[in-house]
Design a protein around this ligand. Structure first.
Ligand code: BDR
Ligand code: CA
Length: 330
């Protein structure tokens, strides 16, 4: 999809967030991506914390000019429920990062999304790595944007096991109605769900190398990876770290690294233990069993079923470690 002369115009909608920060560091350093804006939504932490973290990460990455806008401070229906137990009080693993030097854009997230999507000379790829509240508000407020959206590659959902609940993944669970709006908007959607998200882990020795880098963005990537360990060894000097949301950005830069299946996907909106579950229909010929409107209404989504772990770990390390020189030397 990308070639060396025409980077993919992309916008990340995030809730930075340790692994959202990993995604931003990758996106600004990959020469096949043209990150045109970043929009923020409540999720891992409150939206003001998300804005602060996002601005800081972009500054550390040497990309202080990308516009950043504040979005929804709570889901469409429910109160915000942060994931500070995973991402720390500051949403950034309590790393004690500096406060950013600049302020966000003076427009809200939906306005910035609309502006950047319609201004792009080529259709934009949206990469939500957070609850889908901003995206749903955008699609309902300015449906004309769909004409210049290439596709949406979102981190969220799960074919198998959830994390926020036994069956629901955090981003979809946090705002199920918003996820349903996005899935049924008529835009091609790729679901980078927990099934692949959990698999892409950077080995401890590579994390240690990043942490000792003299380049601030690379060093930050190492510190963030060490905050999302995938080992049980408490006190381990060399914790491995999952790429998390950054895997969804890898899937845009290098789509051949995932294997997808086009499947009907529906979000469970009912109250109760299944709320927020993505029901991915893997039955053969399921429509034979559910004829009529309901089956036809379910969105067909490209669901990531497998990921080439080594390929994405290599891609991530190569991209982030290429640092500030990335765009000219990759
Ligand atoms: C998702 O939830 C958040 O905690 C992560 O940043 C990721 O986007 C995983 O369920
Ligand atoms: Ca996230």
């Amino acid at each position: 999809m990308s070639d060396r002369t025409t980077p993919i115009p992309a916008i990340i909608d995030c809730d930075t967030g340790v692994d959202d920060a990993l995604a931003l560091l990758f996106a600004v350093r990959h020469p096949g991506l043209d990150l045109r804006a970043v929009t923020c939504v409540a999720g891992n932490t409150d939206v003001d914390g998300v804005v602060r973290n996002t601005l800081t990460v972009l500054e550390q990455a040497g990309a202080p000019d990308i516009p950043v806008a504040r979005g929804a401070e709570r889901p469409l229906l429910e109160p915000a429920r942060s994931a500070q137990h995973v991402h720390g009080q500051d949403g950034m693993g309590n790393l004690g990062l500096p406060v950013p030097a600049r302020a966000p854009a003076d427009v809200d997230a939906v306005t910035l999304l609309r502006r950047e999507i319609l201004a792009s000379p080529r259709p934009v790829t949206l990469i939500p790595t957070a609850p889908l509240t901003n995206i749903a508000l955008l699609l309902r407020t300015h449906p004309e944007v769909t004409r210049n959206i290439e596709r949406i590659v979102f981190m969220g959902g799960a074919v198998a096991t959830g994390n926020a609940t036994p069956v629901a993944e955090f981003n979809v669970w946090h705002d199920p109605e918003a996820a349903a709006v996005m899935l049924t908007a008529g835009v091609p959607v790729t679901m980078y769900g927990l099934d692949v998200f959990m698999k892409v882990v950077v080995p401890g020795q590579e994390v240690r190398r990043l942490r000792t880098s003299s380049e601030p963005g690379t060093r930050l990537a190492g510190e963030l990876l060490a905050r999302l360990p995938f080992t049980d060894a408490a006190g381990d000097d060399d914790p491995a770290g999952g790429l998390g949301d950054a895997g969804a950005v890898c899937a845009v830069a290098d789509p051949a690294g995932i294997t997808t299946q086009l499947l009907p996907v529906e979000v469970c909106l009912s109250p109760g233990p299944a709320r927020g579950q993505t029901l991915v229909d893997r039955r053969m010929n399921s429509r034979e069993y559910e004829p009529g409107v309901r089956a036809a209404e379910r969105a067909l989504v490209d669901v990531a079923m497998h990921v080439d772990v080594e390929r994405y770990v290599d891609l991530y390390l190569k991209t982030v470690e290429s640092g500030a020189e990335c765009r000219s030397t990759f």
